[in-house]
Ligand binder design. Sequence first.
Ligand code: DUC
Ligand code: ZN
Ligand code: ZN
Ligand code: ZN
Length: 475
Amino acid sequence: MGLLIKNGTIITANNEFVGDILVEDEKIVEVASKIDEADHEVVDASGRLVMPGGVDNHVHQGPFDSYTFEETSHAAVAGGTTTIVDFAPQFEGMGVIESKDKHNEEKAVGKATPDYSFHGMVMDASDSILDEIPRMAENGIQALKFFMAYKGTPFYAKDDLIFKAMQKCREHGITVWVHAENGDLSEVLTQQYKDAGETAPIFHSYSNPPAIEDEATQRIIYLAKQADCPLFVVHVTSKGAAQHVADAYDSGQAVLAETCIHYLALDESKFEEDLDQFGGAKYICGPALRKRSDGHQEALWQHLRNGELKAISSDHAAVTGGWAKKREVSGDNFAETPNGVPTLQSRLHVAWSEGVAKGRITPQKYVELTSTNPAKLTGLYPQKGSLDVGSDADIVIADPDYEGTITFENMHEGTDYALFEGFDQKIKFEKVFLRGRLVAEDETPIEEEKGQGQYIVPEAYSMAYDYWEPREDYY
Ligand code: DUC
Ligand code: ZN
Ligand code: ZN
Ligand code: ZN
C-alpha cells in the first residue's frame, strides 16, 4: 500500500498537467493522468498544485552567530522547503572536510527537519585548503565557497588563493562559489562613515554600494576564465553584477549565479524602519539591500526569466537572539551589527507572491528556480528537485488561491521578527511530504517529524559543469 496523491495540477520545471502521483518506500513510483486507487492511502489534491518540495541551495545553520538546525530548520518545512544545503563553516586550524564532518555531527545529525547537504566554506583562508581539493568530492563536498569580502577576517580570501583553488577544482569536479564584493573598498568606506559619525543603518548600504559588487563580480569572472574553472556567484543583488554574469554566461563561459529572495523583494528604504529603535538592524545583511528606484530588482527578475540567473535561494542566516541581539551587539552602529537575515520560511511564499502572482515568472519557472535548479546546482538532482519516477517523494500540495499575510505569529525561525512582515502571502502549503512522510500540515511542522532529516551526499560535477568544456589551449 502506497500514498496516492490524486487529481492535483502537477507542476514541474518543464511540464504542467492534472494527474496522480504514487509513492512507495519514500520514492515516487508512478506519475500518470490516472492511477487506480487499489488499497492506497489517497490524498485528494483537486484544485491544488502539486510541486516538488523546495530546495534551498544557500542556507546558514550555525556560523555567523546564527541559529542551528535544531532551533530553526523545521521552519523550512513550514514554508514548503524539504531540502536545505548548508554552508559548513571551516573551523580555524582545521580542514574544510573535517570541519564539515564535525559541523554535521554536532549541529545536524538527528536535529535537522528537512533533508540536508553541505557546501564547504573557506573560513581559514590559507594555501592549506588546496591540498584537500582532490579529496573533496569523495568526502561529500562538491562546492567550495570563498569570500572576496570581509577584509581583516580569517575568511577574507585573496585573488591568488581563489585562483589556485580554481585551477585545482576544475580537475576534480568541484564548483567554486564566490561571495563577490571588494573587501578593500568596503573597509575604506565603512571606516570613513564611522569616522564621520554616520552610524545609522542606511550607512551599511552606503558603505557597501553596488560598485563593490559589480567590480568583484567582473574580476572573479576574469579569474575563472583564466583558470578555466566553472564558477557560481552567490547572492547577486545589483543590475551591474547580474549583467556581468549574463554577459559571461551568454558568451559561453561556465558562469552561473543565484539571487536571493530578499534582494527581489526588499530595498534600502527598510533601513528607515523604527529608526529610534535601530530597526534597520533587522535588514542588515551582506551584500546590502539596494535602492529600488535604481532598477536592480526588475533587472534581477529579467535575468531570472532569461535563464542567466539560475536560482532564488534564501541565504538564511538568522542571527541568534534576533533583532534584540543585533541591536545589543551593535551599540546602534551599522558597522558593528551582525550580518544576516531570517528568510528560510518565507522564501517560497515571497517568490510566489512577488513572482508568479505578479506575472513576473510562470509557475514552471518558479519550480525551476526554487527547487529543480537548486538541486542541480548542488549535486542533488534527480534525487531532489524532481517529480520523476525514482526521485525522493518530496512533494508539496499548495493552494494557489490563498489570500493571506506574512506575520511573525506564524514563523518558526526562532528569531524575534518576520523579515517579510506584512507581505502578501498568495500561496499556502497545505501538505508537505518529505520522502513520503507528512512533515508539515497547514504550514505547521509536525512535532514527531522534527529532526528526521537525512544527510544527502552530493555528486560532484554539478550543474555548472554542464556548461563547461575543458579549454584545449589551457596551459
Ligand atoms: N554571505 C552570505 O552568503 N551569507 C551571510 C553573510 C554573507 O556575507
Ligand atoms: Zn556571502
Ligand atoms: Zn550566505
Ligand atoms: Zn517551530
